[in-house]
Design a protein. Structure first.
Length: 316
């Protein structure tokens, strides 16, 4: 009997543990699932991380990279090209005087580096075809596009060509400023008829004028395209003394080109001109890095928004 009473008391004690104060069975401990554990961690720490990333993004971090523009030598050059009708004379290969002059000038441009080059064309008047530039492709396209009687005025205005080129060089800061003037005739038109005055104006601005006379000896033929008179002939009319004087007054030189090979040699000679020294310059580039923080912060906030309305929605 005593043993029976002990067992009965133990049974009552175990039953009492399973009843709450209201006499209902006590709930069993809830099992912590993976979703429950993630819900307790991900939303809070996800927001903490997102806010931290946003703070870094608002600070706008940057990466600095430093470099140096190397020193360069350069001069300012205006090419003054005669496009009067006589430049159609066919005593220069491969076609005529104008085409030979354009080819030699283009080869000259391709050899240059760090020089600003511009183009003036002239006939009975002068006009700027290409301003001083380092964009050599533009210069080459201008030379390629030059054509006979481009100024739509007959004659040869050497004085106007010099003054037009001077107007685009006089403000230059380069130590050496040069005009390379190419013509096959003599000045007989234009507003500036005093060529000595034009040369002295160039000299006053420390501008050298290199003059090139392009004309063979004797008569030269020009194809007209007219069936009734397919060819005409013109006499040599190069004013060599005046071109020499212009070059001498400005510290330049005069060259006589009788063929395409002479032209190439002349431009090679001019290619060895004095150069101006430009000092090296340092620079700093800054690259923004805030996107590396802003993008993941926004992505994280978007992910939390989706999870709270889907995966974590049924978590108590």
């Amino acid at each position: 009997m005593p043993l029976f009473g002990l067992l009965a008391g133990l049974a009552r004690s175990q039953s009492a543990r399973r009843l709450n104060s209201a006499g209902m069975p006590a709930p069993l401990p809830a099992l912590r699932t993976l979703r429950t554990r993630l819900f307790a961690i991900v939303p809070f720490w996800g927001r903490v991380l997102a806010i931290t990333l946003l703070i870094f993004a608002l600070a706008r971090p940057q990466k600095a990279s430093r470099g140096e523009v190397p020193p360069a030598d350069g001069i300012d050059i205006m090419l003054a090209l005669d496009t009067s009708y006589s430049m159609a004379a066919e005593d220069f290969a491969p076609n005529n005087r104008l085409e030979a002059a354009k080819k030699a000038a283009a080869d000259f441009v391709r050899k240059r580096q760090n020089d600003r080059i511009g183009v003036t064309v002239f006939g009975g008047t002068a006009l700027l075809a290409c301003p001083l530039t380092l964009d050599y492709q533009s210069v080459l396209e201008t030379l390629e596009g030059a054509y006979l009687n481009m100024t739509r005025a007959d004659g040869t205005a050497v004085g106007d060509a010099i003054v037009t080129a001077v107007n685009h060089l006089k403000e230059s800061k380069a130590k050496s400023k040069v005009i390379v003037l190419l013509t096959d005739g003599r000045s007989n038109m234009g507003l500036v008829t005093d060529l000595n005055l034009a040369a002295k104006t160039a000299a006053a601005y420390d501008i050298k004028v290199y003059t090139i006379g392009t004309a063979g000896k004797g008569r030269a033929q020009i194809s007209t395209g007219d069936p009734t008179q397919p060819v005409i002939y013109i006499d040599e009319d190069l004013d060599e003394p005046t071109l020499r004087e212009i070059a001498g007054l400005t510290g330049g030189e005069f060259y006589r080109a009788k063929n395409s090979q002479d032209l190439d040699k002349i431009y090679s000679k001019i290619d060895s001109l004095e150069k101006t020294r430009f000092e090296a310059k340092t620079y700093t580039n800054y690259a923004d890095l805030y996107l590396y923080f802003l993008a993941p912060a926004l992505a994280l906030l978007g992910l939390l928004f989706v999870l709270e309305r889907t995966y974590f929605r049924t978590v108590p």
